[in-house]
Design a protein around this ligand. Structure first.
Ligand code: ATP
Length: 248
């Protein structure tokens, strides 16, 4: 395994409620500074894979029953979600989950709750987030409930950034958004990756968009990786074109 592998998921099985086997031996790697797409249809196991990495399974009555997950070589499958946040791994959940009654800025500030480096450092990160998401700056005092779906998605990503993450796990960032807004969100992800070095593992049903921005992709079907490769190679693969890109 090369030294710049940040995340190494090795043959994991995940079971919900002690009986429902959902992941049947998933392996994947994410290199430091990479953008990796986890693709596949409804129920393929994308969200479950992200939850396994960020240790959010327990709240869903799920557990990793086989295999291992390593972050920079450290086994992490027995850690808690807050241990993962401390290690710089933050998940942005599907459906955005902004606090509806809080303003955009209050939402963003909740993302900094684990930081111990003082108010000035948090304020500097907030300004940085506003630089990446000028829309959020304009809407900083608006109650999240009254902002658009795109703004809420940006708010959810911005809130994750407030923790100064090394790796962001993005679950279906395109869900429910107009194509132009999806493009805007992905452009910001690309920018963050290039300028801040933030690593992204993103689960997406929008294969076309994800493969335009990712450098590597894994395709999941029924809890198994059925194909993986460089994003460019996947985009040109005839099966991917036919079954996932809608051109064939
Ligand atoms: P989607 O895009 O629909 O979210 P996905 O690829 O992210 O799909 P998962 O959400 O990981 O897939 O779901 C994989 C399987 O696990 C599905 O059959 C789903 O019904 C099941 N599942 C997910 N969460 C739970 C849970 N908390 N308890 C029981 N089964 C679950």
């Amino acid at each position: 395994m090369s030294s710049n592998v940040l995340l190494n998921v090795n043959g994991i099985e995940v079971i919900y409620n002690h009986v429902i086997l959902v992941l049947k031996g998933v392996s994947l790697q994410v290199k430091e500074g990479g953008i990796v797409a986890l693709l596949g249809g409804n129920g393929a196991g994308k969200t479950t894979t992200l939850r396994a990495v960020s240790n959010l399974l327990a709240g869903e009555r799920g557990e990793v029953t086989k295999g291992s997950i390593e972050l920079r070589g450290e086994r992490i499958e027995k850690l808690t979600t807050s241990d993962m946040v401390e290690r710089g791994v933050i998940q942005v959940m599907e459906g955005r989950h902004c606090f509806a009654h809080l303003s955009i800025e209050e939402n963003l500030l909740t993302g900094a709750y684990t930081r111990k480096d003082g108010k000035a450092a948090v304020a500097a990160t907030l300004e940085k987030v506003y630089n990446y998401f000028p829309r959020l700056k304009t809407r900083r005092t608006s109650q999240a409930a009254y902002t658009s779906g795109g703004e809420q998605q940006m708010c959810a990503i911005g809130r994750a950034l407030m923790a100064n993450p090394k790796m962001v796990l993005l679950d279906e960032p395109s869900m429910g958004l107009a194509p132009q807004i999806v493009e805007e969100v992905f452009e910001i992800v690309k920018d963050l990756n290039a300028k801040e070095g933030t690593t992204f593992l993103l689960a997406e049903q929008n294969t076309n968009m994800a493969l335009r921005y990712a450098d590597y992709g894994y395709i999941l079907e029924s809890g198994r990786v059925v194909m993986d490769g460089e994003a460019k190679a996947l985009r040109e693969n005839e099966d991917v074109k036919e079954f996932y890109l809608g051109v064939g």
